[in-house]
Design a protein around this ligand. Structure first.
Ligand SMILES: *Cc1c(COP(=O)(O)O)cnc(C)c1O
Length: 356
């Protein structure tokens, strides 16, 4: 048996092909490199971004800049709003490679105050969308005009909801409001590439060049092609059990004759009680209740697949391993086998990444 744990196996060539495809198809792509690095880590995504030729990446918070700045030599947008009481954000505003996102009128004034002779902070001004997360409401944008000359104005930030309905009209309305306030590049999130191109042409007008746009993309770029990766976990132990015996921290009654399979992966890997995607149809659920099966016995579906089916947790996952129940008729895996585990990579933390 090799090293055990939860492994992300990446088909490197295929993944990079996907990154290239998205990059070519997306006008002004700005890769989003934040959080757990979409399962891959910030450093790796920063390196990949450099490799496929991105000139700018976007991190989530000021504290993430450090993890990417030595690896990625281009510009770095900080997407969470710049605030004057965030010392690190204030320091970064003086960095010529960092672009701060400013979401309140008072903060535009405050960051403008940091300007020193010959160097003004680079700033995206965020417009409030129907997300209602951060941003200056469109009707108030005219109040920004007088402040813009005091900063190095890079453009407008517009973060749209993921829902498709009403997305394009909202993008268009807010983009027009912003560009009527001051011309500038539009930095949009959650607008598909084709809608981004259409918007740029529409805003540019009939006989003019398309308006400059940048599209920030995370999930669709890094995780968009599922065939580029597999996640697996190691079988650590297998025990034969009979119906009515007890097992686990909670000493649950085993619901039928079968096997307890101990597999690596638990709460510390981001493994929860339910598989990320429901693997059982309504019909299967009805059958399982009708036959007095495991779900009816109060078990929860796990993200582990054995014998081409998602299997049931005997009890909630432990910190680094999980107890899975298998009915007797299913041949159990061998200790050391790798079994597929479905992970939501934006919340998962794997033990290792293996690139083929
Ligand atoms: C996280 C984030 C993104 C990227 O979102 P994905 O759904 O992963 O593409 C884009 N814009 C902003 C402002 C974000 O916070």
């Amino acid at each position: 048996m090799g090293v055990s744990g939860v492994t992300l196996r990446l088909d490197g060539a295929r993944w990079r092909e996907h990154l290239q495809t998205v990059s070519r198809a997306t006008p002004g792509l700005v890769p989003v490199v934040k959080g757990n690095g979409y399962g891959y880590g910030l450093a790796r995504l920063a390196q990949e971004s450099a490799d496929f030729g991105a000139d700018t990446i976007a991190v989530g918070t000021a504290s993430e800049v450090d993890a990417v700045r030595e690896i990625f030599a281009g510009d770095i947008v900080v997407m969470s709003p710049w605030r004057p009481d965030n010392g690190l954000a204030v320091t970064l505003a003086a960095d010529p490679r960092v672009i701060s996102t400013v979401s309140r009128l008072a903060d535009v004034a405050a960051i403008a105050d940091l300007a020193v002779e010959g160097r003004r902070p680079r700033v995206l001004v965020e417009v409030l969308t129907s997300m209602r997360r951060h941003g200056i409401p469109a009707p108030d944008l005219d109040q920004v005009t007088s402040l813009l000359p005091q900063v190095d104005f890079v453009g407008w930030s517009i973060h749209l909801p993921i829902l498709a309905e009403g997305r394009y009209p909202e993008a268009e309305r807010l983009s027009r409001a912003a560009r009527n306030t001051a011309p500038g590049t539009l930095w949009l999130s959650h607008l598909p590439a084709d809608e981004g191109s259409a918007l740029a042409r529409q805003l540019g007008g009939a006989n003019a060049d398309p308006a400059p746009i940048r599209l920030r993309v995370g999930t669709r770029l890094w995780l968009g092609d599922e065939s580029t990766r597999r996640t697996t976990a190691t079988v650590l132990d297998v025990h034969r059990v009979n119906r009515g015996e007890r097992a686990g921290y909670r000493q649950r009654v085993v619901p039928a004759d079968g096997w307890i399979v101990v597999i690596s992966g638990g709460t510390s890997h981001g493994i929860g009680l339910e598989a990320p995607t429901p693997a059982v149809s309504m019909r299967q659920r009805v059958i399982s209740v009708a036959t007095g099966s495991l779900e009816a016995a109060g078990l929860a579906l796990s993200p582990y697949t054995i014998g081409s089916k998602k299997r049931w947790f005997l009890e909630p996952p432990h910190m680094q391993s999980s107890l899975i129940f298998l009915p007797r008729k299913q041949a159990p895996p061998a200790v050391g086998d790798e079994v597929p585990v479905e992970l939501r990579l934006t919340t998962a933390s794997v033990d290792r990444i293996v690139t083929d």
